[in-house]
Design a protein around this ligand. Structure first.
Ligand SMILES: Cc1cc2nc3c(=O)[nH]c(=O)nc-3n(C[C@H](O)[C@H](O)[C@H](O)COP(=O)(O)O)c2cc1C
Length: 170
């Protein structure tokens, strides 16, 4: 948890037609947030712009999921995944995020865009159970080995599928 916010059990939910959009620079600092993101996060636009995107990181999220995200997008690939986020008041909300690289005319990656929508409730249940297992394993492994240990749990659960195939199949 980066923000000093204490997580609560209050869940916020996106509307069926809501799209949450943010854009970051190449280091993950927020450059743009749409109205729905601002409203749901509980932060002001001024608090968000220039902040690292981990400002809404929820402590229930395994580190190995973000490693996978950054591996994909820094290599120029799209990433799709379930993310539990935390608002400024400690409440949480699940999203299905699609993160893509933004490029300049020379094809250099200059930042990233994330578009998120409301996941189905049954998909949230599956993702939450998997992330819980990953998080427990990461905590037991200790900081240095956490990501390897969490990734091993994920790979076992994927059973030969890619994470993206798993996400799309949920
Ligand atoms: C475009 C973009 C969107 C992101 N959206 C989120 C998000 O909604 N929630 C989140 O926790 N991390 C998000 N991240 C990942 C964060 O940059 C960061 O890796 C993550 O919160 C883990 O932070 P930590 O490594 O400091 O613990 C996003 C990154 C990018 C580039």
């Amino acid at each position: 948890m980066k923000s000093g916010v204490t997580p609560t059990s209050v869940e916020r939910s996106l509307g069926d037609d809501d799209f949450i959009v943010t854009k970051t620079d190449a280091k993950g600092r927020i450059l743009y947030a749409n109205r729905i993101f601002i409203a749901l996060s509980g932060f002001t636009e001024a608090e968000l712009i220039g902040s690292q995107h981990n400002i809404i990181r929820h402590p229930d999220m395994p580190r190995s999921v973000f490693k996978l995200l950054w591996e994909h997008i820094a290599a120029g690939q799209e990433f799709m995944g379930y993310v539990k986020n935390m608002a400024k008041d400690g409440s949480f909300y699940w999203v299905l995020a699609t993160v893509t690289p933004d490029r300049d005319a020379q094809r250099n990656i200059i930042g990233y865009t994330s578009v998120r929508r409301k996941p189905r409730t049954d998909a949230i249940k599956v993702a939450a159970a998997l992330y819980r297992d990953m998080l427990v394993t990461e905590s037991r492994a200790g900081a240095r080995d956490a990501i390897d240990a969490g990734s091993a749990v994920l790979n076992q659960a994927l059973n030969g599928k890619s994470y993206e195939q798993f996400v799309l199949a949920l």
